[in-house]
Design a protein around this ligand. Structure first.
Ligand code: V0V
Length: 138
């Protein structure tokens, strides 16, 4: 169903401090930055190495009542989601719904860099919020 781990999303209270930490401590490079008002987040994607593999996505809340704002309030900074790449987000979510999982949006939403995304509730996936990511075709 999944082609690879796309990114690991980490909730951070202060984006500038977090970017400094990841770039200076671990030599990661900023690949993309975006604000997603509908999701209530500022996002920064970091390349981990040179092989084009899975990225780290830093997520800072725009509002306290956003998904990431609530996560930080409840759990503090840390891994908020694991995102998997899929070829067809609607087909993947249809299969997961058939398997009885709660998919959070009736249809895919706008994600980072033109992607289409949806999520599986963490309570149906062993305590991990799963994001499904379909990238735009080249
Ligand atoms: C909540 N819970 C989590 C969790 N969020 N457990 C693991 N990981 C998380 N991220 C647990 C929480 O501790 C409670 O457990 C229980 O779930 C509460 O469920 P709830 O009442 O439904 O909680 P809410 O209101 O905090 O909502 C949680 C969900 C929300 C997952 C429904 O965060 C959501 O809609 N997320 C999807 C959108 C999102 O995450 N957007 C930000 C990233 P107990 O205490 O009951 O045991 S946007 C993004 O990544 C983009 C655009 C991109 O990559 O392109």
């Amino acid at each position: 169903m999944f082609s690879r781990i796309d990114h690991v999303g980490i909730a951070v209270p202060n984006m500038d401090e977090a970017v400094r930490f990841y770039t200076e401590t671990f030599d990661m490079r900023v690949a993309h930055e975006e604000t997603n008002v509908a999701q209530g987040v500022r996002e920064v994607l970091l390349d981990v190495g040179d092989d084009g593999g899975a990225q780290v996505q830093l997520l800072a809340p725009l509002r306290a009542d956003s998904a990431v704002g609530k996560f930080l309030d409840r759990s503090g900074p840390g891994v908020q989601q694991v995102a998997y790449a899929v070829d067809d987000v609607e087909a993947a979510t249809a299969r997961l719904r058939e398997a009885g999982m709660r998919v959070l949006y009736p249809a895919a939403q706008s994600g980072t860099a033109g992607s289409r995304v949806n999520f599986v509730h963490p309570k149906d996936a062993g305590g991990v919020l799963i994001e499904l990511v379909e990238h735009p075709r080249a």
